[in-house]
Design a protein around this ligand. Structure first.
Ligand SMILES: Nc1ncnc2c1ncn2[C@@H]1O[C@H](COP(=O)(O)OP(=O)(O)OP(=O)(O)O)[C@@H](O)[C@H]1O
Ligand SMILES: O=P(O)(O)OC[C@@]1(O)O[C@H](CO)[C@@H](O)[C@@H]1O
Length: 315
């Protein structure tokens, strides 16, 4: 069982347009709605692959009720925590050449009592002994930058490993505090964390090692079209595949993380699975997550100890 926590979930609405004309009325030729937010996407991808997962989410208003209904439709067990504010809607505009424009709403402010209730719901799930807790996405106002530090503290008390996918100040706080089993930044998020540009494989490894030095066991860095890298104290692996024409990249990182957690075998095997799930996700519309039928594991090449001088763009 994998517990996911999404402090700021969303209804993800994607509109497909031929070409986005900024400042004009645009007509979409297709519309998609999915239950969204990073932890929710991880749970959806796991469940679609027959892996047990439960999504802990604060929900409020009619859109919160819709989100709970959509999770049920997708067969994802949810632990909804009622909050006063309305669950947000995030909008994606996908052009026919695959260019994606995303606008994420801030989401409702949580009161201190609501934050405590959310953490209490997480702790309740931790008492059932999940094999990992995934904490993912942005934090809503009121949660406080230390929210993930608090969550990691709870997980630590229950001996449950934590996988974290967030960015900015909440990521920096949690990494500094240590005790994380896995963090999953993309290259931009990792660059922001260490405060410098990452141009080569060696740059990514150096940045990931800084994270590891602060008490994280492994760093899974997604590199968009250039695949992903896994960095641990005992080694580095890169995996990627031939170019794809994405239909929607939204949630590809979440499917990557889900694939890594569902993967078995060696580090190389788990990274291959992660990248296969991420690549499958970009070929699906909106925030749709892949099923086993969508995966092409053979298309993914894994390299152990990739050349540190290689520019990321050449991967
Ligand atoms: N343009 C692309 N072509 C091929 N594969 C892609 C592309 N974009 C993403 N991927 C696959 O999806 C994975 C995750 O992508 P990315 O690094 O963009 O995640 P992310 O920024 O965390 O995304 P999100 O936050 O939307 O989930 C990559 O490691 C890669 O395997
Ligand atoms: O605003 P956040 O919490 O950073 O990201 C939210 C979000 O963009 O992340 C998911 C894709 O990874 C989407 O389902 C969702 O809309």
């Amino acid at each position: 069982m994998i517990v996911t926590v999404t402090p700021n979930p969303s209804l993800d609405r994607a509109l497909d347009v031929d070409r986005l004309e900024v400042g004009e009325v645009n007509r979409a030729h297709a519309a998609h709605v999915h239950p969204g937010g990073k932890g929710i996407n991880v749970a959806r991808a796991l469940v679609r692959h027959g892996e047990a997962s439960v999504a802990v989410v604060p929900v409020g208003g009619a859109d919160g009720a819709r989100l709970v209904g959509l999770l049920a439709e997708h067969g994802v067990p949810a632990v909804p925590v009622a909050v006063a504010g309305d669950t947000r809607t995030n909008i994606t505009l996908v052009e026919s050449d695959g260019a994606t424009t995303k606008v994420n709403a801030p989401g409702p402010r949580l009161s201190d009592a609501e934050v405590d209730a959310l953490l209490a719901a997480v702790e309740d799930e931790l008492t059932h002994g999940p094999r990992v807790v995934v904490a993912a996405g942005s934090l809503p106002a009121g949660a406080g930058d230390a929210f993930f530090v608090r969550l990691a503290g709870l997980a630590g008390r229950h001996n449950v490993p934590v996988a974290l996918d967030t960015s900015g100040a909440p990521l920096a706080r949690a990494v500094r505090s240590g005790g994380l089993s896995l963090v999953k930044p993309n290259d931009d998020e990792l660059a922001e964390l260490v405060g410098r540009e990452l141009r080569t494989v060696g740059d990514v490894v150096g940045a990931a090692r800084e994270v590891i030095a602060q008490g994280t066991s492994a760093v899974l860095v997604s590199l968009g079209a250039h695949g992903a890298m896994l960095v641990r104290a005992d080694g580095t692996w890169w995996a990627g595949g031939p170019p794809l024409v994405p239909l929607s990249t939204v949630g590809a990182g979440d499917s990557t993380l889900a694939g890594f957690l569902a993967g078995t075998g060696t580090c190389a095997d788990k990274l291959r699975t992660a990248v296969a799930w991420g690549r499958a996700a970009v070929l699906l519309p909106g925030t749709e997550v892949p099923s086993p039928a969508h995966l092409d594991l053979d298309a993914v090449r894994v390299v152990e100890e990739p050349d540190p001088d290689l520019p990321l763009k050449e991967l």
